[in-house]
Design a protein around this ligand. Structure first.
Ligand code: SAM
Length: 391
């Protein structure tokens, strides 16, 4: 009998001991395996999540790239959809046509003129420059139609401006009533922005060349004509007087002009950029002359005849000009005169505003005006496009 053997208690200790150890080991192993599997599962899940995230990121990147590509494509295209125009035959000699054909031709040219005209009033100046560069014949067609419109008017605003230059040339440059000139040489430098066929430049040069040597000025003394230089800018160079430029950015140095003229030329939807350009090139005391078709003023319906153009005048004042005069006497168009104030006048005005505690009010108004312009181009709310009627 073994040392610890008790009779009746026949426990196979070895077996028990052996079995218990093995089962425990198996259990432990199973537990371990289970844990490993769980850990593996966890790790797998983690990696899956990372993969999912990465895939998502890749997709977003792809989408981003696609959007960028589409945007880039869009930028390459003109801002507005411009229908290509077939080269038509407005330049066909009308005399070789039958009267009926001539009538039809005139109708066709008229509607093409109106179409081009509408484009120029409803697109930005960048797009206008591009349009005429790509299809230069549109410019000729436009001016053929425009000329026939002007012939039907009682007065051509270009002639009104030329007459003004002539009559003010009777007085000394920079004197009251005289033309504004640069200092110290008194040269009168005119920029004709959106000059069309540069009629103004031609008329001024004829005026400077012509005339009677014995003619007298307003004091009865022999008259001496001022030195006048005219720079003419438009979208196509139809003659040597013209320089091609978008009038929001002309090749002239700062403060190099004394008169800037916009004769029916505020056409692009961003036309206040043209006014800012005029401010840049004008010397202090320089004058801004504008003529615009009456029907363009949006407040036409509400205002009396004398008040037409008030909103427009306020907008030009926001660009730093002082208002001199509005002439509403003509049936077709309104003429405006502004000037660029010298620094001392600006300071005096600001002090006045401070004294009246209106400076902040003025600044807020300027800010609000800027925001309005940023949200919608001025061509959509300040001046209506000029639409010519079928005649
Ligand atoms: C209605 S016509 C007037 C032409 C001339 N000032 C006259 O009164 O006979 C307007 C002219 O402005 C030009 N124009 C419009 N937008 C322009 C721009 N962004 N840059 C240069 N010229 C522009 C047109 O090409 C057109 O010749």
């Amino acid at each position: 009998m073994a040392l610890f053997e008790v009779e009746g208690w026949d426990i196979k200790t070895k077996k028990i001991a052996f079995g218990a150890t093995r089962d425990a080991k198996i259990e432990k192993r199973q537990e371990k395996n289970q844990k490993r599997r769980e850990k593996q599962k966890e790790t797998d899940e983690k990696y899956q999540k990372i993969r999912d995230l990465k895939q998502k990121e890749d997709k977003t990147q792809q989408q981003k790239r696609k959007i960028e590509e589409v945007e880039a494509e869009k930028e390459e295209q003109p801002e507005e959809t411009l229908q290509p125009i077939q080269e038509s035959s407005p330049l066909v000699q009308p005399t070789k046509l039958t009267p009926l054909q001539q009538k039809m031709m005139a109708k066709l040219s008229g509607s093409r003129f109106r179409w081009i005209n509408e484009q120029l009033y409803t697109i930005t100046s960048d797009s206008a420059l591009k349009l005429i560069k790509e299809q230069p014949s549109l410019f000729d067609e436009y001016h053929q139609g425009f000329r026939s419109q002007v012939q039907a008017w009682p007065e051509n605003p270009v002639n009104v401006f030329v007459d003004q230059i002539k009559s003010r040339s009777n007085r000394p440059v920079n004197a009251p009533g005289g033309l504004p000139g640069l200092y110290p040489n008194k040269e009168v430098v005119i920029a004709d922005m959106g000059c069309g066929e540069a009629q103004l430049s031609l008329d001024v040069s004829d005026f400077l060349k012509g005339g009677n040597k014995n003619s007298k000025n307003f004091k009865g003394k022999p008259s001496r004509k001022p030195k006048i230089t005219v720079h003419s800018f438009d979208l196509k160079k139809v003659n040597n007087r013209i320089t091609v430029a978008d009038i929001k950015n002309v090749p002239l140095p700062d403060e190099s002009c004394t008169i800037v003229i916009f004769c029916l030329a505020l056409m692009g939807t961003n036309f206040l950029d043209f006014i800012e350009e005029a401010h840049r090139i004008l010397a202090p005391r320089g004058e801004l002359w504008v003529a615009e078709i009456k029907s363009r003023f949006t407040e036409n319906e509400k205002k009396t005849k004398e008040e037409v153009g008030d909103e427009f005048v306020n907008a030009i004042k926001m660009s730093g000009f002082f208002h001199k005069n509005t002439d509403n006497s003509n049936k077709m168009f309104t003429r405006f005169e502004f000037f660029k104030p010298q620094q001392d006048i600006i300071e005096e005005r600001n002090q006045k505003l401070h004294r009246r505690k209106k400076f902040i009010e003025h600044e807020t108004e300027t800010e609000e005006f800027k925001k309005k312009r940023e949200s919608r181009p001025e061509g959509q709310w300040l001046l209506k496009p000029c639409i010519y009627k079928r005649r």
